[in-house]
Design a protein around this ligand. Structure first.
Ligand SMILES: NC(=O)c1ccc[n+]([C@@H]2O[C@H](COP(=O)([O-])OP(=O)(O)OC[C@H]3O[C@@H](n4cnc5c(N)ncnc54)[C@H](O)[C@@H]3O)[C@@H](O)[C@H]2O)c1
Length: 317
């Protein structure tokens, strides 16, 4: 009889215990609603998390929500998501310019503001002050030291890198970066969330560029040098790498896709922090960023994204 009562007790109570666990990890805030921030919000919302998406610019928040809705619609048309899942996911996202309000209740924050150490450091200082002491503070940085960001807080054990790939809803990898003082408990929680999001988390140590960009960015930089030196044109360079190396996209198209400003910032981090001239950004890349030609998000980079991916005028022969 006692065993029977215990079984009934667990059968009735377990779903609630599980719900409690889900709710605990189920509220997150994303800071920065650009290319990556809106993709991360999209992903978490589709996986039943309540998401607060924060940006300093309200127009960009409207644009982000619009992009998320359009991208989910694409998934509906492909049959990957139902109309109901889409509308429920959208209803789980709130957008705000009020950081305090956004991070009030959350167990996890993911920072996705531009690749600038001072900006990110300020945000981590502020988050440390205004979030619950148990909240995990993650950064989606492509290259900036997690250990340095952690040092701006009083909880370095709860600071971690959660490096999503672009486009976030599609790409399977999350590069999880262990800062010098990140605890095993924090790593385990982030791995669990990654698996819950149907991604593959891979843990790496904190060195500039981690693994993904330490290897990818020198290749992109070399492609820009080859273009600058006239070894080949944009299409030729990308075709050699696509057909010859089985890359799904050539390095110049990928650079446009990532954002040339983001590529330049990452190369600067690699160059400054590893101190090796092999990482020095190509002058052509520096010039294009100075000219405001940032790739897909702005319309023109190596390609003209407004003209179905024609090579940009500057690189037409
Ligand atoms: N673009 C990529 O392919 C890619 C891939 C992986 C990682 N990352 C990393 O993700 C981060 C974001 O990159 P992105 O491409 O999304 O940049 P982005 O420029 O598209 O978006 C950044 C957003 O942050 C907002 N922002 C700026 N200051 C803010 C503040 N103080 N508070 C709140 N929001 C603020 C901006 O208004 C903008 O909307 C960077 O660290 C980048 O290195 C980028």
């Amino acid at each position: 009889m006692a065993i029977f009562i215990i079984i009934i007790f667990f059968v009735i109570l377990l779903p609630f215990l599980d719900l409690e666990e889900k709710n605990n990890m189920g509220e997150i805030a994303i800071i920065g609603s650009g290319t990556m921030g809106n993709g991360i919000a999209h992903l978490f919302a589709l996986h039943n998390y309540k998401v607060a998406l924060v940006d300093t610019n309200p127009d960009l928040l409207s644009l982000a929500l619009n992009n998320i809705s359009k991208n989910m619609e694409r998934q509906v048309l492909k049959g990957a998501v139902t109309e109901k899942q889409k509308s429920e996911a959208l209803s789980r996202i709130i957008t705000t310019t009020d950081l305090n309000k956004a991070v009030n209740q959350v167990s996890l924050t993911i920072e996705a503001v531009p690749e600038n150490f001072k900006l990110k450091e300020e945000i981590f200082k502020e988050l440390d002050k205004i979030t619950h002491p148990e909240t995990i503070l993650a950064s989606n940085t492509s290259s900036i030291s997690i250990t340095k960001l952690a040092a701006a807080t009083s909880r370095p054990d709860k600071v971690i890198g959660m490096h999503f790939m672009n486009p976030v809803p599609v790409m399977k990898l999350i590069e999880v970066i262990r800062g010098y003082n990140t605890s095993e408990d924090t790593i385990e929680k982030i791995i669990k969330i990654g698996i819950d999001l149907n991604k593959t988390p891979v843990v790496v140590n904190d060195y500039p560029g981690f693994i993904a960009n330490r290897i990818l960015m020198p290749m992109i930089n070399e492609a820009v040098f080859a273009l600058q030196e006239g070894v080949a044109g944009v299409k030729e360079i990308d075709t050699v790498m696509k057909l010859g190396m089985a890359h799904p996209m050539g390095p110049l198209q990928l650079a446009d896709f990532i954002g040339l400003d983001v590529c330049l910032s990452i190369l600067n981090v690699l160059h400054n922090e590893l101190g090796n001239p092999k990482y020095a950004p190509c002058p052509l890349l520096i010039k294009m960023v100075a000219a405001g030609n940032l790739g897909r998000k702005q319309g023109i980079g190596f390609y003209n994204w407004n003209k179905k991916l024609e090579v940009a005028d500057a690189f037409q022969k």
